[in-house]
Design a protein around this ligand. Structure first.
Ligand SMILES: *Cc1c(COP(=O)(O)O)cnc(C)c1O
Length: 323
């Protein structure tokens, strides 16, 4: 007896079909066991496909605990990353450039200086791991255009936004076609899972068809696949996303109205069923530097008060919530 034998099962095809039939942005998908693994594999694929080595990431986006992405922006003029975790060597960190979000000029300069070295730009199209720092659609379109013109791949990390803001995730929400998309969280229905997908041409570079190696004993294991199938069938029910959106809108509006009436320096930012409590009077928060660390002391008080009344929020003011 056992739950998984390291061999493919029909369930992988079933979940893959469910996704591919209802998602116009990928043609092939590969299952792994976590979001981190999905991102790690997507980066390897981007490097293998382009033959280039540098990855651009943005300050304020999180992509799992992939070594080369555990980096902060370098100081001064250097845009190459410096390690942000013990155990991540500088030689790994310097394959990553870290740029501020919502700054076209920074991207243009990096690309004009290092065009021949940059394999991919990776972004959470809906950055939701450091507050909810929503980007303009035009900025995401700008990234799409500039990468396409310079033979650089655009990777959407949709480990949170995929199947969350709609079945087709942020790609569908904004109508933007990235080159590679990573998924996780929701598609395992609570079991450990990750996945990455792209068009057939890019995916053909993965082994055994191509020369980019990737494998995993527990990848696509039947327990996670079944949980994912059950979850996604619910997501595909009629009006599922509009109901979810309406519920979250009502939740956010009630609290926002209350805060406004009382002149509280507080608001909820929201997209689809993702919400974020922010102690700010700013109308928009578009970069991580827009978030004042001072404001976290208010979050801590609110967190404690709510906990005492039996409501358990994520324990950090930089975490978003979900309906
Ligand atoms: C959670 C997350 C990851 C990492 O996924 P794990 O399953 O925790 O490894 C990667 N990218 C984003 C955007 C995430 O939110």
């Amino acid at each position: 007896m056992g739950t998984t034998f390291g061999a493919p099962t029909r369930k992988e095809n079933e979940l893959a079909e469910l996704i591919l039939k209802n998602n116009r942005f990928i043609e092939k998908i590969r299952f792994v066991s976590s979001g981190t693994e999905a991102v790690m594999s997507a980066l390897r694929l981007a490097r293998g496909f382009t033959g280039k080595s540098v990855i651009i990431k943005f300050d304020g986006c999180y992509h799992g605990h992939v070594d080369s992405l555990l980096v902060n922006a370098g100081s001064g003029l250097s845009t190459f990353g410096i390690s942000s975790s013990a155990g991540v060597t500088e030689s790994v960190a310097k394959d990553t450039m870290v740029l501020p979000l919502n700054d076209r000029r920074a991207v243009e300069i990096a690309i004009s200086d290092y065009r021949e070295d940059i394999a991919a730009i990776i972004i959470e199209p809906i950055p939701a791991n450091n507050g909810l720092i929503l980007q303009d659609k035009e900025y995401l379109e700008f990234l799409r255009d500039i990468t396409k013109k310079n033979n650089i791949l655009l990777i959407f990390d949709e480990v949170i936004s995929g199947f969350r803001v709609g079945f087709e995730g942020a790609a569908g929400y904004y109508g933007i076609q990235p080159d590679i998309i990573t998924y996780g969280k929701i598609i395992g229905g609570g079991m450990p899972v990750g996945a990455y997908g792209a068009n057939k041409e890019i995916m053909s570079h993965i082994s055994p068809d191509g020369n980019v190696y990737q494998a995993g004993t527990l990848s696509g294991n039947p327990v996670a696949m079944n949980a994912g199938i059950a979850q996604l069938k619910i997501c595909l029910q009629k009006d599922f996303y509009s109901n979810l959106n309406n519920k979250t809108e009502k939740f956010a509006k009630t609290i926002n109205d209350f805060a406004k009436e009382n002149n509280y320096l507080f608001k909820i930012f929201r997209i689809g069923s993702i919400f974020w409590f922010a102690f700010t009077d700013k109308e928009f928060v578009k970069t991580s530097s827009d978030i004042e660390s001072e404001s976290m002391k208010y979050f801590r008080e609110m967190h404690k008060d709510l906990l005492e009344s039996g409501i358990y929020l994520g324990p950090s003011g930089y975490e978003v919530g979900f309906i």
